[in-house]
Ligand binder design. Structure first.
Ligand code: ADP
Ligand code: MG
Length: 326
């Protein structure tokens, strides 16, 4: 790497930290981490990586600050889905050119959002090429939430509201219009999705199965169904929708909320033994979540996610996220 690029890393991505788990962060060939600080309770290290490519995962005209917050929050969402506590992250940055103003805006946004989640930047790689951002997050987890742990009889819940990411995508693609306040809310959700870290950690004390909704509720529930070998029945009228979604897409338009991507909420399943506890957390506003269906025994060799309106089975054609470019 050229010296000027090393200077650039030092200027924009060297954020000294007092975190005692970090013996050495940015600056040498490797970061050095004191893993004994992970805790004495047998915590495991949770690691996940996500890449965002310009024009595919965000529009070409997204600002540097928007790209940074979206890249970080979408990567962090995977830690939330396992119930992990954020520790550190690394940053792979591919840049078409060295634009100092862009880097300044990007690094300030990334620093602000990552400090909010107590997740420290410990290293990375910087190369030249079409704009892309890769973030690898590391977290610690005691009782990981896993896709394979759903069982027949569990109730299915989701945190927050569904469809905001998909509605935002349509606004950004000019396929939809919204009133100013609603448009702002939805775009904010797209560029700064709230990774459900607190909800994931709370849930990990009581249940065993969750996933974050990145590709769309039905597509992501299908991952649970496959991994757990169960069917899942969803009541579409129970899908939680935000006021902005209802105003923009329509209060009766559950399809986009069921199949659109970019929500970064958690879907989780609750066994009968824990239902009182989870209901208590929801009633006392310690957890923002809604019941949307039930886990059933597999009715065939192939696990199914079915949608119902009351007793009526519905036919769903689109089940997953469509890339920005499509
Ligand atoms: P090497 O050539 O030995 O792989 P580099 O010269 O690429 O190392 O990186 C030097 C230091 O800067 C390393 O500590 C690396 O982790 C860090 N680094 C490089 N790019 C970034 C980045 N985009 N964000 C944070 N740290 C980075
Ligand atoms: Mg080296």
């Amino acid at each position: 790497m050229a010296c000027s690029e090393f200077e650039l890393i030092k200027r924009y991505f060297h954020w000294p930290s007092n975190d005692e788990s970090i013996a050495k962060g940015v600056g040498d060939d490797c970061a050095l981490l004191n893993i004994q600080t992970l805790g004495t309770g047998g915590e495991q290290l949770a690691v996940s990586m996500d890449t965002l490519v310009a024009g595919t995962h965000f529009p070409d005209d997204a600002t540097a600050a928007e790209i940074a917050s979206r890249a970080f929050c979408t990567a962090l969402s995977d830690l939330a889905a396992m119930g992990a506590r954020p520790l550190w992250f690394t940053l792979g940055l591919t840049l078409p050119s060295t634009n100092e103003q862009w880097l300044q805006e990007f690094s300030v946004s990334l620093k602000t959002i990552s400090q909010h989640y107590h997740c420290a930047l410990i290293g990375g790689d910087t190369t030249r090429g079409p704009l892309a951002v890769t973030i690898q997050v590391h977290g610690a987890v005691n009782s990981p939430l896993q896709r394979s742990r759903a069982t027949a009889g569990d109730q299915i819940f989701v945190t927050g509201t569904l469809g905001d990411g998909a509605a935002a995508l349509r606004l950004l693609q000019n396929k939809m219009t919204a009133q100013a306040g609603d448009g702002e809310y939805l775009k904010q959700h797209f560029y700064r999705p709230k990774a459900q870290i607190a909800a994931g950690q709370l849930l990990s004390h009581y249940i065993h199965c969750a996933i974050d909704i990145s590709d769309g509720l039905l597509a992501d529930l299908q991952h649970i169904a496959n991994a757990s070998q169960v069917d899942m029945d969803i009541q579409v009228k129970q899908l939680p929708l935000s006021p902005a979604y209802k105003n923009t897409v329509g209060a009766a338009q559950w399809q986009l909320a069921a199949s659109g991507g970019d929500d970064y909420q958690l879907a989780f399943t609750v066994p009968a033994s824990q239902q009182v506890k989870i209901d208590h957390l929801i009633t006392h506003q310690q957890l923002n979540a809604s019941a949307i269906g039930w886990v059933r025994e597999c009715s065939s060799d192939i696990p199914q996610v079915n949608c119902y309106d009351g007793e009526r089975a519905l036919d769903i054609t689109t089940r997953g996220y469509q890339h920005f470019a499509s």
